[in-house]
Design a protein around this ligand. Structure first.
Ligand code: BES
Ligand code: MN
Ligand code: ZN
Length: 462
């Protein structure tokens, strides 16, 4: 896996000389249970450390060493509290550290540490020097960190080095690491093998569009199919985006990057599922052969689709891929995509909406998300809005006429391509951290996949 950022640099073996980190709520700092000496407390007072949320205090020791680190947890509640201290992994000087007490969640502390310390260094001459936690993650925490790093690296890599061809290379590497089978259908073969919408979206690029299809696991296990939007760059097509909207569009393969990170976790853990991973790797470019507004496309499902706007390309790619996944009636089908700006208008960048008719699965997702700080929010597949997708000349239009409920109508469009899957869930993610979080620098982000992995693992253990 280590073509990509390696989690190992964030950890070291247990060590008695590691600098202790005390995580303290305001309340705990005032009490006596913390075991801090008088001098340390006096230093905290002198420097104004009061245990406020996110406050950091380096306490000097002999010979110019740091004796210990105090980190404030504020009231100890609030969103993101499980990972508030992750910021230390990015801000402390390079040395070995250990948490002073086991708060009963070492795995999550290690994951937080790695996620907060992550740095995308591929293009830098000088690699980032990261502080180390003197406590190595177990296999499960390690694979979760690897999956998230893989996802972030894929998104952070600019489109010049992550076109449909390079996304295929990463996909094949993932498969090879887990002895999975890969099939790739590309270029004109997409027409012959009936992926008209994938082809239409990607055909104007100098790098051929392709469907990446991975299979792994035993035939007798329940079938889980993951589908990802892999638009390696989204110019908007002929409905070209203004510069400010196009600037970040290297991240438009964020859905693919996320399902690939999740697939790594599933296969590395050898979960008892029959996994299928389908990615549509295409670039939405502009050229004389580009698809146009007003065109009517055929689709794998057999529906004719009127094009309202070439910038709504993701749902076209997903439509054909969902139809493919649906053909073998999976127990679970999950797609992830940086699908609409409207999802961000509704919920902002950090809270991805998901859509499903499967109440049980939705409940399990919500149940797992909170405690591991990987949030999501259910939104409705509001059937009455299907009428907004009516077309005057085709079976369906791919965008709604009024511009209302953009994320909901995109999800409803996708639902037209799913019929036989026993359960289907769609995630409209942002895939990016626009302003720094304790557990994430600005850049590509894994969203909802730690939660999905927790739900799948939990199901496997029942
Ligand atoms: N990739 C974009 C959606 C997007 C934009 C996600 C910004 C995250 C941040 C997608 O292909 C798109 O352009 N959607 C259009 C749809 C519209 C034309 C109906 C949008 O959301 O504006
Ligand atoms: Mn677009
Ligand atoms: Zn897009």
């Amino acid at each position: 896996m280590h073509l990509y950022t390696n989690p190992k640099s964030h950890f070291a073996a247990r060590s008695k000389t590691a600098t202790p980190i005390y995580l303290l709520t305001k309340h705990e700092l005032k009490g006596k249970q913390h075991g801090l000496g008088k001098t340390v407390l006096a230093w905290a007072q002198t420097t104004g450390f009061a245990g406020e949320s996110g406050q950091v205090c380096l306490v000097p020791g002999d010979h110019g060493k740091i004796e210990c680190v105090l980190f404030g947890l504020g009231s100890g509640s609030g969103d993101g509290k499980a990972m508030a201290h992750a910021k230390l992994a990015r801000t402390l000087p390079k040395a070995k550290y250990s948490f002073s007490e086991d708060r009963g969640n070492a795995g999550l502390d290690q994951i937080a540490w790695a996620l907060g310390g992550y740095s995308f260094d591929r293009y830098r001459a000088r690699k980032h020097k990261t502080p180390q936690l003197a406590s190595k993650p177990d296999a499960d925490a390690h694979r979760i960190i690897e999956g998230v790093f893989f996802t972030r690296d894929l998104i952070n890599t600019p489109a010049s080095d992550m076109g449909p061809d390079k996304l295929e290379t990463a996909f094949r590497m993932l498969a090879r690491n887990h002895q999975a089978k890969v099939k790739v259908i590309k270029g004109d073969a997409l027409i012959k093998q009936n992926f008209p919408m994938v082809h239409a979206v990607g055909r104007a690029s100098v790098t051929a569009p392709r469907v990446l299809d991975l299979k792994w696991g035993k035939a007798n296990h329940p079938k889980v199919t993951l589908v990802g939007k892999g638009v390696t760059f989204d110019t908007g097509g002929l409905n070209i985006k203004p510069g400010s909207s196009m600037a970040l569009m290297k991240k438009d393969m964020g859905g693919a990057a996320n399902v690939m990170g999740l697939a790594h976790m599933i296969m590395d853990a050898k979960l008892p599922v029959r996994l299928r991973l389908i990615v549509g790797a295409v670039e939405n470019s502009i050229a004389g052969n580009a698809f146009r507004p007003g065109d009517v496309l055929a689709s794998r499902k057999g529906l004719s689709v009127e094009i309202g706007n070439t910038d709504a390309e993701g749902r076209l790619v997903l439509g054909d891929l969902l139809a493919l996944g649906d053909e073998e009636k999976p127990q679970l089908m999950i797609d992830m995509a940086t699908l609409t700006g409207a999802a961000r208008v509704a919920l902002g960048p950090d809270l991805p909406p998901f859509y499903t008719d499967d109440d049980q699965f939705a409940a399990e997702l919500v149940d797992q998300a909170q405690s591991i700080n990987d949030p999501l929010w259910r939104m409705p597949l509001w059937a009455p809005y299907q009428s907004m997708l009516a077309s005057k000349i085709a079976d369906v239009n791919h965008i709604s006429s009024g511009g209302f409920a953009g994320s909901v109508t995109a999800a409803l469009f996708l639902s037209r391509f799913v019929e036989k899957a026993e359960s289907w869930t769609h995630f409209d993610i942002f895939g990016w951290t626009p302003s720094e979080k304790p557990w994430a620098p600005v850049g590509g982000e894994a969203q909802c996949i730690r939660t999905l992995y927790a739900v799948l693992k939990n199901r496997a253990s029942r």
